[in-house]
Design a protein around this ligand. Structure first.
Ligand code: FAD
Length: 502
């Protein structure tokens, strides 16, 4: 019989710390309290303060935590997100900026062929994008509509959706919920760690000593506990993904603009800019290659892109460590959040990775003494998840035809850092990308659906003789248009859906 898990100590009070505390408290202590969970956070070291867009599966995390969706959105100034509008990731064609939309939606063809085959085979209007054929989220985004109908229940919509939310307010909200649920909250800076080989005996903080069965390192890029436990435990992805710095700028809405129900990701000469609309303000940021651009150059490029003067808003400059640990679980310590790894925020996956990590941890951590194969399994799965995500993010860059800077010439070659992707890209020149092509990978949130939106949005589609008849494809097109019209009639404009939260 295993020794029961009596105490877990989490160090770090950012989104990672509080999401972990909430989830594990619910997992181990619902019904009967079995495990004391303490979270220690420093008042002197802040949280990263960014992380404002999510993927759609975060809804299931919040729902599973019993959080009221309307309250969550009010407390975090949140808006709805139905996808990402990518702009400028390729050269303009006929003077028109390259653009595509990546929704969370699954394409369902009403015809005899899958949607991609129908699109390739049809006489489509000049310049039509793949996502414009049958994707309801594109229609809603273009019209500025939310994913919600007046009768949609909590966490439900006409199409899948995530959120844009204020990261600092999210931390505070999760903290309140976790403390109400019984998590012990201690303020203090951990200043000493007692080790016994690869095991943490205790941590010290403001004169107090904390022993625990398990320690969870949620200290952000500092990776305070993990760094002490194991050296040579980091694998960098910067060769493949060179954007390693960011500059963020929060601004009021220009003029009478209202929040857009999607994230905008516009490519610039040395990276890309996010625009994330919250209820009361817009979050902007330039994710860039810090080897090619100084901080002040990056800030100037961001301000020029946004059309704002040098004295408007205070820029926050951030370093990013792109990569992940080799072992996520060492001795009695597990790293979750930025302390375990980070892949640049292009697909808004930070909170998603925390969600995946903590769910996996809960099923692996079933006693005070955990067998080595269980720890190895956790690290292996986490490595697979990171590798899967790395591949998907490279996909966004490697299909570019931009060659205006050394940065774009480098990232156009980045598929070589993922042999699996290189192989798949060669395959997808000849056939549609389908579910089974991803079989055997750690596909988590990004499946063949997502790959198709990015592949075809970036113009990488197969060449094969058309199938079916134009009458069949025309019928598909008409049914898609009818579905889109119905979705528009059913859903609330984004501002109205936000007002309905009050
Ligand atoms: P942090 O927020 O850095 O928290 C670290 C905590 O550790 C703090 O509470 C600090 O006080 C504590 N701490 C540190 N040292 C000590 C010590 N000695 N003693 C006690 N406590 C200590 N994610 C998304 O999902 N969507 C996005 O759009 C997105 N955009 C991003 C953009 C950028 C530029 C970056 C860098 C990240 C982005 N992320 C995004 C990732 C997201 O911000 C993080 O995954 C998330 O905020 C979790 O951070 P964290 O809790 O691991 O670390």
């Amino acid at each position: 019989m295993k020794t029961p898990l009596s105490r877990i100590t989490i160090v770090g009070g950012g989104s990672a710390g509080w999401m972990t505390a909430l989830y594990l408290n619910r997992y181990y202590n619902s019904g009967e309290k079995r495990t004391a969970i303490t979270l220690i956070e420093s008042e002197d070291i802040g949280t990263i303060g960014v992380g404002e867009a999510t993927v759609h599966s975060i809804r299931f995390f919040f729902a599973a935590m019993g959080l009221d969706e309307a309250e969550l959105m009010r407390e975090t100034g949140a808006t709805y997100k139905t996808g990402i509008r990518f702009r400028n990731w390729k050269k303009p064609v006929d003077g028109k900026m390259h653009e595509y939309f990546h929704p969370f939606e699954e394409q369902r063809s009403p015809g005899p062929f899958d949607m991609a085959t129908s699109w390739f085979s049809s006489d489509r209007p000049q310049g039509e994008r793949y996502d414009e054929l049958g994707c309801l989220s594109t229609t809603l985004a273009n019209a500025g509509h939310s994913p919600k109908s007046p009768t949609s229940g909590p966490y439900q919509g006409i199409v899948p959706y995530g959120y844009h939310l204020d990261a600092v307010r999210l931390g505070r909200y999760l903290r309140r919920k976790a403390v109400e649920a019984g998590v012990e909250h201690r303020l203090g800076t951990v200043d000493k760690i007692e080790l016994d080989g690869e095991r943490i005996q205790a941590i010290h903080c403001g004169g107090a000593r904390f022993e625990s069965d398990i320690f969870i390192d949620c200290t952000g890029f500092r990776s305070l506990l993990m760094r002490q436990l194991k050296t040579d435990n980091w694998q960098s992805f910067e060769d493949a993904l060179p954007c390693n710095k960011a500059v963020a700028l929060q601004l009021p809405y220009p003029g009478d603009a209202t929040p857009r129900p999607y994230t905008q990701a516009t490519a610039l000469p040395h990276g890309w800019v996010w625009e994330i609309d919250l209820q009361e303000r817009r979050g902007n940021g330039y994710v860039y290659d810090g080897k090619r651009l100084t901080r002040s150059q990056a800030e100037a490029e961001l301000r020029q892109h946004l059309g704002v003067p040098a004295d408007m808003g205070k820029a926050l400059h951030l370093e990013m460590k792109i990569g992940c640990l080799k072992s996520f679980w060492v001795g009695n310590c597990i790293a979750i959040g930025l302390s375990g790894g980070f892949i640049e925020p292009l697909e808004s996956t930070g909170l998603h990775l925390i969600n995946l990590s903590v769910r996996l941890l809960a099923t692996h951590l079933n006693g005070a003494d955990v067998a080595q194969p269980v720890k190895d399994s956790y690290s292996r799965l986490m490595n697979g998840i990171y590798d899967d995500l790395k591949r998907f993010i490279i996909l966004h860059y490697c299909l570019t035809d931009r060659d205006d800077t050394e940065f774009w010439r480098q990232v156009a070659q980045s598929a070589k850092h993922s042999p699996r992707l290189e192989q798949d890209l060669a395959l997808w020149q000849h056939k549609v990308c389908e579910f089974m092509d991803q079989a055997g990978s750690y596909a988590t949130v990004f499946t063949d659906e997502n790959y198709r939106f990015v592949l075809y949005g970036m113009g990488h589609w197969p060449q094969f003789p058309p199938l079916g008849s134009q009458a069949q494809h025309q019928a598909v097109r008409q049914q898609c248009q009818a579905r889109a019209k119905m979705a528009l009639e059913q859903t609330l404009p984004h501002p109205a859906a936000l007002r309905a939260l009050n």
